[in-house]
Design a binder for this molecule. Structure first.
Ligand code: NAD
Length: 285
């Protein structure tokens, strides 16, 4: 079997167009566009690129907002005060603190200070709790992007065996809960799992979120499985690769996401979606 490629750029463009329409409708109804504020501490080059991309995408989708750039010398108390001010500002709908923070910060305490209704990264414990109890909170962007891709591929998850590789709060755990919500039978595998290959080979749907270039080989993949590759790994040659051995797995999977141009393209689109959803939810009171 040769896999159909799930093109993240195409699906993300669709999501952004939907967001733009909804942002315009919100502006018409409320006399203001949804507003996203991104906080960047320090000068990490990769984070600078990410926040620039987020700012550009937000403006293209008709959202207001800016990047608040703070020096690496900012104290925990100063960053906390900045996040608390954004949480208290009625004109702000979404707050994102770019992670990872420079060494020395207590990131969990900063995330805790974000108003859960404005937590567009979906990482606040209230939103994590709502996800685990099937509630309607804001959900992490990358897992939501994976789920949208599965929907676009027409995958019916009911009763399917799903294996998630990786158990981070950012990707592995939330995507496992979302698959469970869609009635898949879910296994979470990780660095201590015995015989990863055998666990993966049982999967009808395999989500790889590990951060190890081309870890998932063709013989780890069941014929006809749907494979979503979340990994982003930069090689010594500067080229990006996923967690899945793309060329080999493409001959076995039914659907496969590329890297780049797969899940990565979805994350910012889902952030914009969350910002408009947060604005609508807050306006309802
Ligand atoms: P993380 O480092 O927090 O978690 C990695 C997980 O993989 C851990 O739970 C660990 O148990 C597991 N793991 C590590 N080595 C393993 C091994 N050899 N075998 C099996 N499991 C192993 O990473 P994360 O934040 O969840 O991100 C995972 C990957 O996804 C990274 O490559 C990251 O760059 C990428 N990512 C992409 C996007 C996107 O927009 N596409 C967003 C977030 C993360």
């Amino acid at each position: 079997m040769t896999a159909q490629i799930l093109d993240g750029k195409v699906i993300a463009a669709r999501v952004r167009a939907e967001v733009k329409t909804d942002a315009e409708a919100f502006a018409k109804a409320h006399g203001r566009s949804p507003r996203l504020e991104v906080v960047l501490v320090g000068e990490d080059p990769a984070s600078q690129v990410y926040v620039r991309n987020k700012e550009k995408a937000a403006h293209e989708a008709g959202l207001r907002g800016s990047v608040i750039r703070l020096p690496a010398t900012t104290s925990q108390a100063e960053l906390l005060a900045c996040v608390e001010a954004l949480s208290a500002d009625a004109d702000v709908d979404g707050i994102l603190v770019q992670l990872p923070l420079p060494a020395g910060f207590d990131a969990a305490a900063i995330v805790d200070a974000i108003d859960p209704q404005k937590d567009v990264d979906g990482l606040h414990p209230v939103n994590a709790g709502l996800l685990s109890t099937g509630g309607k909170g804001l959900r992490p962007c990358t897992p939501s992007g994976c789920m949208r891709m599965l929907r676009e591929a027409g995958v019916d998850l009911r009763g399917k065996r799903a294996v998630v590789l990786g158990r981070s709060n950012l990707v592995g755990k939330p995507v496992a809960l979302m698959l469970l919500e869609e009635h898949a039978t879910v296994t979470i595998a990780h660095s201590r799992t015995v015989d990863l290959a055998a666990e993966c080979a049982r999967a009808d749907v395999l989500i790889a979120a590990v951060g190890k270039s081309r870890l998932v080989k063709a013989d780890w993949v069941k014929e006809g499985a749907v494979v979503i590759d979340v990994g982003i790994n930069r090689g010594e040659d500067g080229k990006l690769s996923g967690d899945v051995d793309f060329d080999a797995v493409k001959e076995k999977a039914s659907w496969l996401t590329p890297v780049p141009g797969g899940v990565g393209a979805m994350t910012i689109a889902m952030l914009l979606r969350n910002t408009v959803d947060a604005a609508v939810q807050r306006a309802r009171g």
